[in-house]
Write a protein that binds this ligand. Structure first.
Ligand SMILES: CC/C=C/CC(=O)SCCNC(=O)CCNC(=O)[C@H](O)C(C)(C)COP(=O)(O)OP(=O)(O)OC[C@H]1O[C@@H](n2cnc3c(N)ncnc32)[C@H](O)[C@@H]1OP(=O)(O)O
Length: 718
């Protein structure tokens, strides 16, 4: 709702009240309309200030109401009422003015912002465009190029940048509401003719066509199939080519198109999913709201390879004192140099002070004796990690949290090396660790709730989205990757090429196809794991070479590794590169010949494989594993899996995540297609729909937020 008060006798004050961000719910819109009428009808009131309760102007339309039938006054007539007002209306922007909140501010005649406020049109991230005149007013106010930038990227600007761009009239370090009241009094009685943005002509720079062409190219490059960015460009184009009223009609049409698209639903689901994962729970009943994190001031990182360096940078940038340990002098000095470079680049990019002095380097593990938390980041080797954990357990002061950065090793086995297994937790960072936003916090059966809470909070402080997951091989992300990769390999055996598979996945919206990712991360990584698992056997022909433990197995990755083809680092993998370390993947005729030879050797006949089969086999196998993970209680809900896949594995955000996507496709359809492929490939257990998936499909494909009711008590494997 909105509160009305009178300040200094002549200023009508409308205060938005809708915690936590004063979003424009039906009640708030109704309140604004009613209070505007009141302010305009009171003769003593000469000007109006609009502000938000609790230091937040407005976070935009209330996203929680998007799924329901629209009630209350629409936004567009509301902003027109404000702009048309005969008394000056001043927006007092504290905290945030985002989306509909900024549109509300742009309909006011003046805008006063606090210096710490952030403004922006983030609708594009929700699959929408600013639909209350934002695409028509902003270019009129700040010009086409700047408006295109803000609307298509959704980036927030500081008050200072907003002032520079001309979005706000004044910035204050003092109380913005008081400043707005003073300002409102100072403009009482002045003509408002030049203050109504909708009446401004839209600037037409001479290279207008080129500007729009560039903007379209830019969004096509980065959107990966998302439709909102291009639609935003079209809406701004209408501001330039049409009179305001017609431009508004066009904005409405385009907004409706986006609003009813599956992409907007997926992105809005994802918005709440990312927030839902912070309300974590574990299979043994620990919860975010009952578990208190421990204070951590000083942390240590053991092992300064690629991951350890990234983790050190993240910790230092988050303000922690860090002891960075690498036992070899040479590696330590290389790491020191690399970390300094990363910190310098980070400080420059983010405009923050350098964090060099936060880090102390040491060659000795003894240096961690007084820290509060250790993150071990040595090679992915259980024996080595066990030794390190034994050492840490002996060296560290009592009560220290011992975390391991592993992408899939058994947390409990490591915990058993220590005197306090309840203090051990996994922190699975993604490379590059100082850039990637995702952190899987892996709890073992003995990890204490406060240790999980501490790791989750540490991740948040490092700017990560932390997702709590249970302990199993590969945790959530890498466990689901296995059947996905497996299907991709099988498709090559049956006649596909890496380029074909990658193209299908990239058209779906993945940042990179599975084979390009494999080349980037190195084929030897998986090879090492398969060797340790006893899966890699000496080259042989016939069916037995492609069976392990009674199930189908593809040795293709192993065969490439045997030939030294480790991907980008060796200049050859599933693709060829111009040199070792090269980045541009080119189809490799050698690989095609190798696949033909392989098929001939194993009596396989290449067949035409269509787009649909590639997509269904890769994605549905991955999704099926996701349901198995839910069934096992390794992830608490589908949102956890979806956030992990979007942030860690390049799943297109506008498709919500694999579990959301499965719901969109229809769970019964996913079951039906998995059964279809299982019949053809009975030796692939990953194609057998898991019982939770079957159960959900049989219960009528319920909405994703209802799945937890069906999952009920997960049968935890922990
Ligand atoms: C025709 C009309 C068209 C209108 C278009 C729009 O206006 S669409 C909406 C545009 N606005 C946004 O996209 C803003 C989205 N919100 C944010 O970016 C951030 O939440 C924030 C406002 C910058 C605050 O970030 P912070 O990190 O401080 O907190 P959280 O993100 O955790 O959010 C706190 C809770 O607030 C809820 N919330 C935020 N914005 C909205 C919103 N617009 N509507 C409803 N609810 C919102 C958020 O969900 C959090 O609550 P939880 O209960 O934890 O989920």
């Amino acid at each position: 709702m909105a509160l009305y008060s009178r300040v200094s006798g002549s200023v009508g004050m409308i205060t938005l009240q809708n915690p936590p961000v004063n979003a424009l719910s039906a009640a708030v819109r109704q309140g604004i309309v009613d209070m505007m009428h009141r302010a305009l009808s009171e003769p003593e009131v000469k000007s109006v200030v609009i502000c938000g309760q609790n230091g937040k102007f407005c976070g935009g339309a209330d996203i929680r109401e998007f799924g329901a039938k629209m009630t209350g006054p629409p936004l567009v007539p509301m902003v027109h009422l404000i702009e048309a007002a005969s008394k000056p209306v001043v927006a007092a922007i504290e905290g945030i003015a985002l989306g509909g909140g900024l549109e509300l501010a742009l309909s006011c005649h003046y805008r006063i912002a606090h210096s710490k406020a952030r403004l922006g049109f983030p609708e594009v991230a929700l699959g929408l465009l600013p639909g209350a005149g934002g695409t028509q007013r902003l270019p009129r106010l700040i010009g086409v190029p700047a408006a295109l930038d803000l609307i298509t990227t959704g980036r927030h600007v500081t008050a200072a940048e907003a002032r520079q761009l001309g979005i706000v009239d004044e910035v204050t370090d003092l109380n913005a509401v008081d400043a707005a009241v003073k300002f409102a009094q100072s403009v009482t009685g002045k003509s408002l003719d030049a203050r109504r943005i909708s009446t401004y002509p839209c600037p037409r720079p001479p290279d207008l066509d080129a500007i729009f062409e560039r903007a379209m190219q830019q969004v096509r490059r980065s959107a990966r199939g998302a439709i909102a960015p291009g639609t935003c460009v079209q809406a701004v184009h209408a501001a330039v080519t049409l009179p305001y009223a017609k431009g508004m009609e066009r904005e409405r049409e385009l907004f409706s198109l986006l609003f009813t698209s599956g992409q907007a639903r997926a992105l809005q689901y994802y918005f709440f999913a990312q927030r839902a994962v912070s309300r974590w729970s574990t299979a043994n009943g620990a919860r975010w709201d009952t578990s208190k994190p421990r204070p951590v001031r000083k942390a240590a990182v053991i092992g300064l390879g690629t991951m350890g360096r990234g983790i050190t940078v993240s910790l230092a940038q988050a303000g922690f004192s860090v002891v960075a340990v690498e036992t070899q002098e040479k590696q330590l000095s290389e790491a020191k140099q690399a970390v300094s470079g990363m910190l310098e680049r980070g400080a420059k990019r983010r405009g923050v002070p350098l964090a060099h002095d936060k880090i102390k380097y040491s060659c000795s593990v003894q240096a961690v004796a007084d820290v509060d938390l250790v993150i071990e980041a040595v090679f992915e080797d259980m024996a080595l990690k066990k030794t390190v954990f034994q050492q840490l357990s002996a060296i560290c002061k009592p009560g220290v949290l011992l975390c391991t950065n592993t992408s899939g090793l058994d947390i409990d086995e490591l915990a058993s090396q220590t005197q306090s297994p309840e203090l051990v937790v996994g922190m699975h960072f993604f490379a590059p660790a100082h850039v990637m936003q995702l952190l899987e916090v892996v709890y073992g059966p003995r990890s204490s709730p406060e240790v999980v809470a501490t790791a989750m909070q540490m991740g948040k402080k490092m700017g990560k989205v932390s997702v709590a997951v249970g302990n199993c091989r590969g945790f959530v992300g890498n466990r689901m990757l296995k059947p996905y990769l497996e299907q991709a390999f099988f498709l090559l055996e049956e006649g596909a090429t890496p380029e074909q598979v990658d193209q299908v996945l990239e058209e779906f919206g993945f940042a990179m196809g599975v084979f390009k990712v494999s080349d980037l991360s190195g084929l030897d990584v998986g090879w090492k794991v398969r060797k340790a698992d006893g899966l890699v056997s000496p080259a042989s022909t016939g069916t037995s070479a492609r069976i392990r433990g009674g199930s189908r197995y593809s040795p293709l990755g192993d065969l490439l590794c045997e030939r030294g083809r480790f991907g980008q680092k060796t200049g050859r993998g599933w693709y060829q590169y111009d040199k070792p370390g090269g980045r541009v993947a080119k189809p490799d005729p050698w690989l095609h010949g190798f696949l033909e030879e392989y098929r001939a050797q194993h009596g396989l006949v290449a067949r035409h494989i269509d787009h649909q089969e590639v997509l269904e086999r890769c994605l549905y196998a991955l999704i099926n594993e996701g349901f198995q993970i839910l069934q096992d209680g390794i992830a608490a809900g589908p949102e956890d899996i979806d956030v992990i896949y979007v942030l860690g594995y390049g799943w297109p955000r506008h498709r919500g995540g694999p579990m959301f996507y499965a719901g969109q496709v229809g769970l019964d359809k996913v079951v039906e297609r998995l059964e279809h492929y299982q019949q053809i490939h009975p030796d692939v257990p990953g194609l057998q729909p898991c019982s939770l998936l079957r159960k959900l499909a049989a219960s009528g494909n319920p909405a994703i937020h209802k799945w937890r009711e069906v999952i009920q008590k997960p049968r935890s494997q922990l």
